[in-house]
Design a protein around this ligand. Structure first.
Ligand code: GLA
Length: 387
């Protein structure tokens, strides 16, 4: 890959003297969905697919961005003194946002960079291609300018870029999973205080299969922010009667005891998902540690039902993929993953049944939805690195 990046860099920027190359992964969340902005637990892992970059400093106080995925856009130039969100700058708003966030925190980027990106995460699939670009950019700039920033802070800076520059009110899960990824491990993260633990994903004779629905997710951001505020309103109602900081502080019993104080039925339903999903995630990790993979799979299935019925973020495409998956032989668990409203599903499937799984689920999806899904058998990889 390094050779490909260097060749391409030379074509785009004239020569490749002194160019360094880097990689950051994408992520998939195994369980713990829509809990990260509710002070709950998540259980994501980094993938071996992700985003690559070739980069060097320039003397022009100019950021020059180029993506092999969007060749027709050519080089996009941004001057260092002028880091503002601009729709016409397209995907470069993500790396720009990270450099903006660095400067907000007092890290002055005094020289420009020429940078070329290439991503092999399927576009818009919900495997966090944008968080991958953000964390990669933070990692590179930190390295080139010797800022000495730790990985958790790079994740937080990247989240700040997403929230305050791009304007999507996302939680910390994606950036954290990417910055802190570890081969063959998922990260059990408590989003209330960012304490975390690595848990080996020992799947024995099974593998992780991702199915991308290929549904375009135009509404995703607005609906995402809507769910977030529904949970915040439910929390406000509960705080009048019980001393909690977030929905993640509640056990299921406590929620059942106090839930009637949530005034709106829909808000109560959303809060129910947040509380139950958090407890389900804690339980799932315990089952995994005890090598009880089939129980882990059942909890994945329950997670999907809750996201479908209580949180209402699935939609016909994701439901079709998951419900078809549940019927197949060798499927240990299957659910939507990420924000929802499109994007993809994650399934744990016995290795010798994967071909049949892809064929049958793929056929059922095409028959019902009218276009094809894409399937990826993925491996769990490390966080960002120089290559
Ligand atoms: C998106 C957000 C994450 C998280 C998930 C849902 O991926 O970026 O912060 O909220 O949705 O679990």
């Amino acid at each position: 890959m390094r050779e490909v990046l260097l060749d391409e860099f030379k074509k785009v920027y004239g020569d490749n003297d002194g160019v360094r190359t880097y990689f950051a992964p994408g992520r998939v969340n195994m369980i713990g969905e829509h809990t990260d902005y509710n002070g709950g637990h998540v259980f994501p892992c980094a993938l071996t697919i992700g985003t690559y970059a070739a980069v060097r400093k320039n003397k022009d106080k100019l950021l020059r961005f180029y993506s092999m995925n969007f060749e027709s856009l050519g080089i996009i130039n941004v001057s260092l003194g002028n880091l503002k969100y601009d729709e016409k700058d397209e995907w470069t708003n993500y790396p720009k946002g990270v450099i903006w966030a660095l400067e907000e925190k007092g890290y002055k980027v005094e020289e420009g960079v020429d940078i070329l990106y290439f991503g092999n995460i399927p576009n818009g699939s919900g495997l966090s291609s944008s968080a991958s670009i953000e964390v990669l950019t933070g990692y590179i700039i930190n390295d080139l300018f010797d800022f000495g920033i730790d990985l958790v802070s790079i994740a937080l800076l990247s989240q700040k870029a997403e929230n305050d520059f791009v304007g999507v009110n996302s939680g910390i899960m994606d950036q954290f999973a990417i910055a802190m990824g570890k081969k063959d491990h998922a990260i059990f993260l408590d989003t209330s205080d960012l304490s975390y633990e690595y848990a080996p994903l020992k799947l024995k004779d099974a593998k992780i299969v991702i199915a991308a629905s290929n549904k375009k997710r135009r509404l995703a951001d607005s609906k995402y922010n809507e769910r977030r505020s529904e949970c915040e309103t439910a929390l406000r109602d509960l705080k009048e009667v019980v001393d909690i900081k977030s929905l993640g502080d509640l056990t299921i019993e406590e929620f059942e005891e106090y839930k009637h104080h949530i005034k709106d039925d829909i808000h109560r339903q959303r809060a129910k998902h947040a509380v139950y999903e958090n407890q389900r995630t804690i339980k799932a990790v315990r089952e995994l540690k005890n090598n009880n993979i089939s129980e882990f799979g059942k909890l994945m299935n329950e997670s999907h039902v809750s996201l479908r019925d209580d949180y209402e973020v699935t939609g016909i495409e994701l439901d079709t993929l998951v419900e078809a998956a549940w019927k197949q032989e060798g499927v240990i668990g299957s659910r939507m993953t990420g924000a929802g409203f499109g994007g993809c599903t994650v399934s744990i499937v016995k290795e010798d049944k994967i071909d049949a799984f892809i064929e049958k689920v793929g056929q059922e999806y095409k028959d019902k939805i009218g276009y094809a899904a894409d399937f990826y058998v993925v491996d769990i990889g490390d966080g960002p690195k120089e290559i």
